[in-house]
Ligand binder design. Sequence first.
Ligand code: G3I
Length: 374
Amino acid sequence: MRATVFAIIVLAFGFQTEANAQQQPTLKEAYKGCFLVGAALNPSQFSGRDPAEDALIKAQFNTISPENVLKWEIVHPRLDTYDFSLADKYVEFGQQNHMFIIGHNLVWHSQVPKWVFEDEKGAPVTRDVLLARMRDHISKVVGRYKGRISGWDVVNEALNDDGTLRPSAWKKIIGDDYIEIAFRYAHEADPQAELYYNDYSLENEAKRKGALELVKRLKAKGIAIIGVGTQGHFSLDSPTTNQVDSTIVEFGKLGVKVMITELDVDVLPWPAGGPTADVSLNMASDPKLNPYASGLPDAVQQQLSKRYADLFVTFAKHCGLVSRVTFWGVTDKESWKNNWPVRGRTDYPLLFNRDAQPKPAFGAVIQAAPKSAS
Ligand code: G3I
């Protein structure tokens, strides 16, 4: 008798949990009609190696970005060698699942091989040679996925923190006009694709001002820039939601779409000067900088949920102007934040835990959706 009662309770509880899970909308459903919700994927994710994670990605997201596989060093490692093996799989995954597919990225100072900027003797190439290399790269990569990749981060992180142009090899060799030329080449390769400028820390006044001026200059010259990606590598308290809000508003006034393209929330202490996403940073490890190696305390879990809820309320205030929110990763396990700016830490920046289960922050984001959105 006791066993039967126990079985009934277990069954009833089981059904209830399943029913609740079925009733809970997914991210893409909760924000339908407001903005697309996406994630950056790496090869193990778009090859479906982990069935639980595969199901989660297909259920939750309607847009994807490639974390690394479309970067120059991977698709174009040598002057005469293109390797699209991983990029093709990424695009096939997106097409099979009817997702809005993003290309990231075409022109960046990082993850681009040295040969791009050098002649056979190791001396800097001329402006004309570098322009020819840029055009060949953009036309081959964008052209290959014409009509399949719907939006491209054409130029990535071209600005310093003070809003001036970063002295990258692109700028040094070609000149300041390398940005508009990159957009022209991308437009020529796929006139239908949406073209974006993508950067981090645009919530900070000086850098934002530089980015606003850049977008204005491009638009004044008739360049086909459709949107701006504000990456969104945030911490628990920085930037403020007011800064996030005004960033969206300011870019919106220029008539471009605003996308949160690389969202994550770092819960770990910042060694100095954070948060940023400057990939050149590499700081020494120190146990004090890795306080949650054996688990995230409830209080911090709650702070993370509250932070995510506040951010999504802010994004959703601008439904439509904000056209997409993409997380930089799917689960905490694979997040780049575990290895940057300090290697080998245990961070908790996303909505799904190391077992691909939703964290309390996931529920908070669903709750934050405007009731009319879904
Ligand atoms: O592919 C090699 C592998 O062969 C090698 O064994 C391994 C050893 O460390 O490294 C692998 O390369 C790593 C690569 O990711 C692919 O996993 C690099 O070390 C690592 O530095 C690289 O990090 C990427 C970073 O960009 C590099 O700039 C991160 O995964 C990626 O999340 C990050 O993404 C950037 C965006 O593109 C632009 N905005 C900032 C964002 C975060 O930095």
